[in-house]
Design a protein around this ligand. Structure first.
Ligand SMILES: [Zn+2]
Length: 438
């Protein structure tokens, strides 16, 4: 990184092999800069951006100069345009809950037969779709599962609800609308793969899908530990008990409380109560602090599982949403790996803030201590595989499609770790030799 004058700073970016020079005001916040890079360069969030040192200068003749100040105003204009189109003039969370009176106008993408088929598989490439296309896919899932006709849902209300859901996911590196889409698409895949419609009631299917869609609404990008340690408004409101999950759930039902977005309006009071309880139970089950408790309870039931026992079924649904929530490593390597970068980016954002605020920092979030392989190996071996293997006792068909990819991913990250370790050893011995020569 270098600087041209006191008012501006310059960063050179290697974007997929092309060197880009970026000039920005030294008064830009890191958040602005990060957001502008992605927008100004037209690159997806998962692109690897690497900083070159000032020696990169010699190779930069004729490179595109991106004047961030100008982009800033362009983007502001674009945002305002979008906001006025969305009938909402502020990005304020409460405003986003305002229902849209107009019929939503996101273009209806025609999903090809190929897409419709692919959507049922955990191999679906979740990165190649724009938000509008993801909304169309979600709409398709609700129709395909016969939730719209079966429950007499107003198709326009479904569209409005989905748009409102989209608007209530923040632009975090990880906990964003695409993550919501991934979790829901994995739920849809599992419903298809395990023929869950033959086992569960349609109300259960509605609860599973809707809880998946809503499960991280308004996630702020900082986890429960941060909320509690920093004594945030959410932690105070929910007395340190799953503050985030309680919030996601409360936002979900604030959205349902608006008639224009209420896809549950056709249910009578008793049925609504049951669906509400079901969704709350599932969203609260996604707090990883409860992982051991929930998996243990499921392990106790699984060998004599009774599909007519409500407690058993509820426990299975809790495990299913947990599986989907952390299922990225089930996906093909090319789809799964960018998510690790996104998660680490969010973790590092948190640990940097914790350091700045003198709060405790978890080692798995510390950029000095964690690498991609170390982050993934333990998680795959001790969290993912044991949980999916327990579910496999009820649904043996998931072994090939979901557990095999997990085992392959574990092996791959273990190989990568060996390479990392060997490199570190080499560096260490080189440093030792240099020390001796001094
Ligand atoms: Zn999640």
């Amino acid at each position: 990184m270098g600087s041209t004058s006191s008012a501006y700073r310059v960063i050179y970016l290697d974007v997929d092999g092309r060197i880009q020079k970026v000039v920005f005001s030294r008064f830009c916040s890191p958040y602005d800069i990060k957001e502008l890079f992605c927008t100004a360069l037209g690159i997806p969030r998962n692109t690897t951006l690497s900083l070159l040192d000032s020696t990169g200068l010699n190779n930069l003749k004729g490179m595109k100069v991106v004047e961030i100040e100008k982009c800033h105003s362009d983007i502001k204009k674009l945002r305002e345009e979008m906001a006025s189109r969305n009938n909402s003039h502020s990005l304020d969370d409460n405003k986003k809950l305002t229902p849209r009176r107009d019929v939503p106008s996101y273009p209806k993408y025609h999903l090809s037969q190929e897409t419709v088929e692919a959507l049922r598989q955990p191999t679906f490439d979740v990165w190649q779709w724009e938000p509008n296309e993801m909304l169309s896919c979600l709409e398709h899932m609700y129709n395909d599962l016969n939730l719209v006709k079966g429950f007499n849902m107003n198709p326009t209300t479904l569209k409005r609800w989905l748009l409102c859901i989209h608007d209530n996911y923040k632009v975090n590196p990880f906990h964003n609308f695409r993550h919501c889409f991934c979790v829901t698409q994995m739920m849809y895949s599992m419903i298809c793969l395990c023929s869950l419609q033959e086992i569960f009631t349609q109300v259960d299917i509605l609860i599973l899908m809707t809880a998946a869609v809503c499960h991280d609404l308004q996630h702020p990008g900082y986890n429960n530990t941060y909320q509690i340690n920093a004594r945030t408004e959410l932690a105070v409101r929910y007395n340190d008990i799953s503050p985030l999950e309680n919030h996601h759930c409360a936002v979900a039902f604030q959205i349902f409380s608006q008639p224009d977005c209420n896809i549950l309006s056709t249910f009578d009071a008793e049925a609504f109560k049951q669906i509400r309880q079901g969704i709350i139970t599932l969203i609260l089950a996604t707090d990883m602090a409860r992982h051991g408790e929930i998996l243990d309870s499921f392990k106790h039931k699984v060998d004599s599982f009774d599909f007519s026992d409500e407690e058993h079924v509820t426990c299975l649904k809790m495990v299913l949403i947990k599986c989907c929530d952390i299922s990225n490593e089930v996906r093909p390597m090319e789809v799964a790996e960018p998510w690790v970068d996104c998660l680490l980016e969010e973790y590092f954002m948190q640990s940097d803030r914790e350091k700045a605020e003198s709060l405790p920092v978890a080692p798995f979030m510390d950029r000095q201590k964690v690498t991609k392989p170390t982050a993934q190996i333990g998680f795959i071996k001790f969290v993912l595989i044991p949980m999916f293997e327990t579910v496999m006792k009820l649904f043996p068909q998931i072994e090939e499609v979901m557990i095999q990819p997990l085992r392959e991913s574990r092996d791959r990250y273990e190989e990568l770790k060996q390479i990392d370790d060997a490199m570190n050893e080499k560096k260490k011995s080189e440093n030792l030799t240099m020390g001796k020569n001094k």
